[in-house]
Design a protein around this ligand. Structure first.
Ligand code: VG1
Ligand code: CO
Length: 544
């Protein structure tokens, strides 16, 4: 088996976004495209030579081919051992768990998360550092810089390996171990949560639950944990077979894309608990009977109830939330007397705080919740945390959340996305907002008076690194906010995200329909940014 050096050329725009490099499969299939990015990882991460690497993906189209390419390149670049999930499967949180448990020099995850999969859809690749978390900006920038100067990559002449058989094989001098993708992760979950109490919930026979894996990566994980280890009725996990095109679905657990599941929670015979996860298993949606828990509320409720789960029985050190996430968690932190950090969008910004022990829980409005057990957001973890809570408090999802609102007030929350907007128009809209910012404070829009308006910037409290241009924030008196950001994960045109938050302390007003309660703020947001005139859109195409 000979190592060979293949001449290549740089490709434009291999800059990783919010969560790695995401492009159409067709882009990734250009000769040398994937190879360039992978070689740039090896060139900038010197300790991978002679070190260990974890490798897997969400099972989408092109996952298996990409794994073979990366394995040959890892061998040619002198990696001593690669741990690969059987069938090429590893969820994002499981990868994080395995990197940490076996102290590897990092991991490569192949996923475009919640974006659709298939020959005409999306693919993605991200590098995680030895702490198990997404590469911070310094690392992704170094990788990106390298992709711009690269002129060759290293690979081996070797046949494809069998990814479906557990065990160890040699590829050149490299040991390739095909590992069970689920076991280590399931053990970790069992160490954090009270599986016995959850089993009792299911044994009672009265508790009805479904977990929708959306034909993405979490199927095998959810079956092992919920059905095999906890004892939920077989069939609790639906759409549990990972498929290359996710069954032509959109593996994004939200009210728009998990309609079938949402419908199952409605009415007399509705499920007591329903949950879903995304393509790579790091997102979660939590539903009760006739009840949707916003991800922002979920973070706040879990923080306020953490002591019910064995893994957090001694309390939590602090909380962090991404800037657009509602301020519900801030109120909990205040009540607990612990710090609450506001970070830019993207899980990589939680890494230093978690590593330093400053926070235990963190979350994003985009259906991401997690803790210091790994360094990624973790869909099934959040679902198990909720199950633990239901078992411990012996109340319904709605009862728990409504009680929470009574104690802390309700942060009504919604996100309006305008997808595939013409990039120039989206950029101009943001420029327009930036120009408005200095004059906004003090301005009144109906009952809403602007308290502050800025372009969010963040200085990491641990390493002092600075991130600017992280979204426009308009804060109103009384705690309401409007936030505007352009997505960093889309692959078609630009996506404008408008995040809206409205605080209501009065418990008598906690039962309003969200879009209705937020209507005045929604209209202010549209007018301020001139969304219709600048994008031609009268309504968002996704509301979550
Ligand atoms: C989106 C979300 C962000 C999340 C990111 C990755 O990014 O808003 O909160 O961290 O996706 O999630 P953006 O830049 O499109 O708004 V995942 O599940 O793709 O790893
Ligand atoms: Co994801």
């Amino acid at each position: 088996m000979d190592a060979k050096i293949v001449a290549t050329r740089p490709f434009d725009g291999q800059r990783p976004g919010t969560s790695g490099l995401r492009k159409k499969v067709k882009v990734f299939r250009q000769p040398g495209y994937l190879e360039n990015f992978v070689q740039a990882i090896f060139d900038t991460r010197a300790d991978l030579e002679g070190g260990m690497l974890v490798l897997g993906g969400d099972g989408r189209y092109y996952n298996r081919q990409a794994i073979q390419v990366i394995l040959r390149m890892a061998a040619a670049n002198g990696v001593s051992e690669v741990l690969v999930g059987r069938g090429g499967i590893l969820s994002t949180p499981a990868t994080s768990c395995i990197i940490r448990k076996y102290r590897t020099q990092g991991g490569i995850i192949l996923s475009a998360s919640h974006n659709p999969g298939g020959p005409d859809e999306d693919f993605g690749i991200k590098f995680n550092t030895p702490n198990g978390g997404p590469a911070p900006e310094t690392v992704t920038e170094a990788i990106y810089a390298r992709t711009g100067e690269i002129d060759n990559y290293r690979t081996l002449e070797a046949a494809d390996l069998d990814l479906d058989r557990l065990g160890e094989v040699k590829l050149g001098d490299t040991r390739v171990k095909i590992i069970d993708p689920v076991a280590d992760y399931a053990d970790l979950m069992e160490s954090l949560f009270d599986f016995t109490a959850m089993r009792r919930l299911f044994d009672s026979g009265a508790f009805k639950m479904r977990f929708d894996a959306m034909h993405a990566v979490t199927g095998p994980y959810a079956r092992e944990i919920l059905e095999n280890r906890i004892g939920a009725t077989p069939g609790t996990v639906m759409n549990g077979e990972p498929l290359e095109d996710f069954g032509k679905g959109h593996p994004d657990p939200n009210l728009a894309h998990a309609k079938e599941l949402v419908a199952m929670t409605k009415g007399e015979n509705g499920l007591d608990f329903a949950a879903a996860s995304d393509g790579d298993g790091d997102r979660n949606m939590v539903l009760g009977k006739d009840f949707f828990v916003t991800p922002s509320d979920s973070l706040a409720v879990l923080a306020a109830n953490a002591q019910h789960a064995p893994g957090y029985k001694d309390g939590i050190a602090g909380i962090a939330r991404s800037m657009p996430t509602s301020q519900a968690a801030d109120r909990v932190a205040e009540a607990l007397g612990i710090p609450c950090f506001e970070t830019p969008t993207g899980w990589k910004f939680f890494g230093n705080l978690l590593d330093a022990g400053r926070i235990t829980l963190c979350g994003e409005e985009s259906f991401g919740t997690g803790s210091d057990h790994v360094r990624e957001k973790d869909g099934l973890w959040a679902v198990l945390f909720w199950l633990n809570l239901l078992a411990a408090r012996k109340q319904s999802v709605a009862e728990i959340v409504k009680e929470h609102w009574q104690g802390f007030g309700r942060n009504y929350y919604t996100r309006h996305d305008y997808e595939a907007v013409e990039p120039q128009a989206a950029g101009d809209l943001m420029d327009h907002l930036h120009r408005l910012l200095p004059d906004l404070p003090g301005t009144k829009f109906g009952n809403y008076q602007v308290e502050y308006a800025d372009d969010f910037a963040y200085t990491d409290p641990i390493d002092g690194s600075r991130s600017e241009g992280q979204g426009v924030r308009v804060g109103f008196q009384g705690g309401s906010r409007i936030i505007y950001r352009l997505s960093g994960t889309g692959t078609e045109g630009a996506t404008l995200r408008v995040y809206l938050e409205f605080f209501e302390a009065d418990a008598a007003r906690h039962d309003q329909e969200t879009q209705e309660a937020m209507r005045p703020l929604i209209l202010i947001a549209r007018e301020l940014a001139q969304i219709e005139t600048r994008t031609g859109r009268t309504e968002p195409n996704v509301i979550t």
